[in-house]
Design a binder for this molecule. Structure first.
Ligand code: G6P
Length: 371
C-alpha cells in the first residue's frame, strides 16, 4: 500500500532512500576507540588467525558485494580471497579444507544455491561465516557465525539497501580480520573506519541528484543497450549497474573491467553508444584515475556517449563526458558505497519511464529458494 511505501512511488524508491541508515545501522556497535570489533565473531579469534584462505560466495547482487570484499580483505588482511557464484562453487568439487573460511553473503539467507554451497563447505570441514540481512535465516543458522546487516526488510525484488549494508559488513569484517592478524597499523585502520563512518552522510548527498538522474533516464527511455565500465572496486559497481538495468528495465546491458576494453568490448563502441564509467578519485598515490580517463578517451574517440560517475571537483572528465554525476570525495574503497545509488536510480527511473513495475520485474523472484 501507499502507506507501506512511506510516500514513495515504489518500495525500491523507498529502499534506495534508506541506504544511509542501512550503512549507519550496520556499523552500529561494531567498533570502539577507532578499532573495528564485531562482537558476533567473539570466540573465533584463533580460527580467524589460523585461516589460510577465504572463499566468498553469493548469487546476483550479493556476489558483487563479495567481489568488492575480495579487494578489501586482500589489501587489509593480506589473506588470499576467492569469490565464486554459489552455484558454480557447489557443482565443481572445489578444494577447501579446515583452514579455509567460507564467507557467504545473502540478503534473504534462504537462497538455495548459497545454502547448499555453505553445507558443502561445512562437510569439507571449512569454517563458515555468513553476512545476512534476515534474522534467523537458514544460512545464518547453518554457519559458525553470522554478521547481520541491519538494512531492515527489503521488499523490492532488486536489491539496493541490502547491497550497501553487505559491502559495509564485508569491510567491517576485513578490518576485524586485519586487527586480529596485525596487518594494518592502528592509525591506518582507524582512518579507514572513519571513512566508513562518513559514508552515510555522503550517501545522503548523492541521493539529492535523484531528479537529475530521472531526467537522464527519461531522456534515454528508448535506449537498446548500455555498457558500464569500472576498475578495481569500480568493476563490480559496473557489473551491478548493468544487472540493475537488465533486471528492471529489460535493456541489454553489460559491465566490463575497463582494462579489458581493448580485449573485446571496444569493438561494441559505435557512435551514440551510451557507456557509464565509474571514475575513481584522482587523489591518492596509487589512484587508477589516469587509466580510467584514458579509457574514456578511447571510447569517446569512437563516438561513445559517456555518462560518468566521478568525484565532485574532478574537472578532468568534463571535456569527455556528456553527463557527470558526482559523488563526494572518498578514497578508492569507499567509492562503491557512493556510486551504486546513481546507477540504481537510473535503472529504476528508466523502468518507470517505460511503465514497468520496478518492484516486481518479470520472471524474477526476491528469494530464489528452488533451483
Ligand atoms: C535474487 C534477487 C536478487 C538477489 C539474489 C541473491 O536473484 O532477485 O536481488 O541479489 O537473489 O539473493 P540473496 O537473498 O541470497 O542475497
Amino acid at each position: 500500500s501507499a502507506a507501506e511505501k512511506g510516500g514513495w512511488s515504489s518500495f525500491m524508491a523507498k529502499e534506495i532512500s534508506e541506504q544511509p541508515e542501512a550503512v549507519a545501522n550496520t556499523l552500529l556497535g561494531r567498533s570502539a576507540d577507532g578499532a573495528v570489533h564485531i562482537p558476533e565473531l567473539d570466540g573465533l579469534d584463533d580460527t580467524l588467525r589460523g585461516i589460510e584462505r577465504i572463499v566468498i560466495l553469493g548469487c546476483g547482487t550479493a556476489a558483487y558485494a563479495g567481489m568488492i570484499g575480495k579487494y578489501a580483505i586482500e589489501k587489509w588482511a593480506r589473506i588470499p580471497v576467492e569469490v565464486d557464484l554459489s552455484h558454480e562453487f557447489r557443482y565443481r568439487e572445489p578444494v577447501i579444507d579446515e583452514r579455509t573460511l567460507v564467507l557467504s553473503i545473502s540478503q534473504s539467507g534462504e537462497t538455495m544455491d548459497t545454502l547448499m554451497a555453505v553445507k558443502y563447505a561445512i562437510e569439507a570441514g571449512a569454517k563458515t561465516i555468513s553476512i545476512c540481512n534476515t534474522q534467523g535465516a537458514t544460512i545464518a543458522r547453518e554457519s559458525d557465525a553470522v554478521i547481520y546487516t541491519h538494512a531492515g526488510p527489503e521488499v523490492a525484488v532488486a536489491s539496493t539497501k541490502a547491497l550497501v549494508a553487505q559491502v559495509t559488513a564485508v569491510y567491517l569484517f576485513g578490518l576485524h580480520l586485519a586487527r586480529l592478524r596485525g596487518t594494518l597499523g592502528t592509525a591506518e585502520a582507524s582512518v579507514l573506519l572513519a571513512e566508513l563512518q562518513a559514508v552515510p552522510a555522503k550517501l545522503a548527498t548523492v541521493l539529492e541528484q535523484h531528479a537529475e538522474i530521472r531526467e537522464l533516464a527519461h531522456w534515454m527511455s528508448d535506449t537498446r543497450s548500455v555498457l558500464f565500465l569500472g576498475r578495481h572496486v569500480g568493476y563490480p559497481v559496473a557489473l551491478e549497474g548493468a544487472l540493475k538495468l537488465k533486471e528492471l528495465a529489460y535493456i541489454h546491458a553489460e559491465g566490463f573491467a575497463a582494462g579489458e576494453l581493448k580485449h573485446g568490448p571496444i569493438a561494441l563502441i559505435e557512435p551514440g553508444q551510451p557507456v557509464f564509467v565509474v571514475v575513481p578519485s584522482p587523489r591518492g598515490a596509487d589512484s587508477l584515475h589516469p587509466k580510467v580517463v584514458s579509457n574514456i578517451q578511447e571510447i569517446r574517440a569512437r563516438g561513445a556517449r559517456v555518462l560518468a560517475i566521478a568525484e565532485a571537483g574532478d574537472a578532468s572528465v568534463l571535456p569527455y563526458a556528456d553527463k557527470v554525476f558526482t559523488i563526494p570525495p572518498a578514497s578508492a574503497f569507499f567509492e562503491p558505497l557512493l556510486a551504486f545509488a546513481p546507477l540504481q536510480i537510473f535503472a529504476m527511473e528508466l523502468a518507470a519511464a517505460k511503465g514497468l513495475d520496478v518492484d516486481q520485474p518479470r520472471n524474477l523472484a526476491k528469494s530464489v529458494t528452488v533451483e
